[in-house]
Design a protein around this ligand. Sequence first.
Ligand code: 13P
Length: 254
Amino acid sequence: MRKLIIAANWKMNKGPQETESFITEFNNLLQSETDQVDVVISPSFISLPKAQELLADTAVGLSAQDVSDQDSGAYTGEVSVSMLKEVGVEYVILGHSERRTLYGDTDAFINSKLKKTLEAGLIPIFCIGETLEERESGKLESVLETQIKGGLAGIVAADLSELVIAYEPVWAIGTGVTATSQQAQDTHVIVRRLLAEQIGQELSDKVRIQYGGSVKPDNAKELFSQPDIDGALVGGASLQPDSFYALAEIGANL
Ligand code: 13P
């Protein structure tokens, strides 16, 4: 049985002050949900120390939204894995479609960040997903295959035992359009098969594959009930403590 992992991706929202009010309220709502599901919050870099301070006594995990592929030095604007570890980060989101499309993150670049993340003992939340045009022109599987092969190139399977994949169809991100639970389930089966070709069936069966794209309390139960959907990476609905808590609660009470 794979434990569900429900992660908030706050994107470029919430400085330290808003982070403090969110987490204070969220902690008050949270009961024993983290016994059943992994709950993770991914604030902006600047808000990570505040989040760490407030989550220290909880089982809620802390994630960054990206990381440098370099250790240190003349890389203006970048943040290294050791800096993330220093502030208690455990997970790193990599290859988000916004980074791929707006900031030019290629499969090779994501691969190099993924290697750095694993070397540091952090857990990657590796995002993949197709555009609507790619899906409609029958390229879904080849797009996912290229992203998976490129992102995981040269990484030994044994190092990927804790890998989390977030399947996020680009057309469902921030649009209010969710993949149907059947569409998401079917695609997760494809992802797991492609992953098995890369890292072997046994390990692939252990990897948690989150769905992302307009997940909200209204549709979470149906999505989480699918056999290959192992949680969610959530944008909009993670920005309010009550709706993000509702997702954790739904996952915990399945
Ligand atoms: P929304 O939940 O706002 O659609 O965002 C999804 C996402 O991109 C999470 O990484």
